[in-house]
Design a protein around this ligand. Structure first.
Ligand code: ADP
Ligand code: MG
Length: 240
């Protein structure tokens, strides 16, 4: 589903990604962990071309997103992205937030978009919040709306960048539960997270990044129970 081949990315003189190679299969849930500043967000942003890479190639669902000839807006529709901050449109209701892109970008008829949005709201447990504005939702509810909004475009892969990091602790679980359901339904997911419990339980594979490189990868069991690299060991000793 995603192929990342020898990707380099710098901001000015700062090298942020230094030769990333990663292959993600359909229906795989890959959790990316690592210290702050290691390049996790930049990697996600390169996958959907919010950032351009300097060198290397990235393919999503067989299309090269790093090829300037590719219609990136079309390929982007295959990727749903959920950020730490929800980025909901404040002047639109929950329902309008979810139906906007399907109607405007995909040309889905309004009635159909509403029907799909309501079924997504049911799925994330927020059917009763359809006509509420973001300001009147809790952080956890906003994030669940953001997930529903991304799903409304029927993406083939979901990219999550620390989706629970900005939440009060009591709201983390409800968002992780929605993500877990999605994983069980077979969604291909790349999840940057500090939630080691989630990575262990839901991840098929865990990637440890440090200083712009993938230092170690393996099954959750391999990474959490038996990390081989000293940098992985040191990181885990601080977060577990
Ligand atoms: P992580 O998500 O692992 O915390 P990031 O990918 O956000 O790491 O950042 C990696 C490095 O790149 C950091 O040193 C960060 O300050 C730098 N960086 C990220 N985005 C930009 C940008 N747009 N301009 C300049 N530097 C950036
Ligand atoms: Mg980040």
């Amino acid at each position: 589903m995603i192929d990342i081949v020898d990707v380099y990315k710098s901001f000015g003189k700062l090298e942020v990604l230094k030769g990333i190679n990663l292959h993600i299969d359909q229906q795989e849930v890959v959790c990316v962990i690592g210290p702050s500043g290691s390049g996790k967000s930049t990697l996600l942003r390169c996958i959907n071309q919010l950032e351009k890479v300097e060198k290397g190639h990235i393919y999503v669902d067989g299309e090269e997103v790093t090829d300037p000839k590719t219609d990136i807006n079309r390929v982007r529709q295959k990727m749903g992205m959920v950020f730490q901050h929800f980025n909901l449109f404040p002047h639109k209701t929950t329902l309008e937030n979810i139906t906007l892109a399907p109607i405007k970008i995909k040309g889905v008829p309004k009635e159909e978009a509403i029907e799909m949005a309501m079924s997504l709201l049911r799925k994330v447990g927020l059917e009763d919040k359809a006509h509420v504005y973001p300001a009147n939702l809790s952080g956890g509810q906003k994030q669940r709306v953001a997930i529903a909004r991304a799903l409304a475009m029927q993406p083939k892969v979901m990219l999550f960048d620390e989706p629970t990091s900005a939440l009060d602790p009591e709201m983390v679980g409800e968002v992780l539960a929605v993500m877990k359901d999605l994983a069980l339904e077979g969604m291909t997911m790349v999840v940057v997270t500090h939630e080691m419990g989630f990575a262990r339980e839901v991840g098929d594979r865990v990637i440890f990044m440090d200083e712009g490189q993938i230092v170690e990868e393996g099954t959750p069991e391999e990474i959490f129970n038996n990390p081989k690299n000293s940098r992985t060991q040191s990181f885990l000793s601080k977060v577990l």
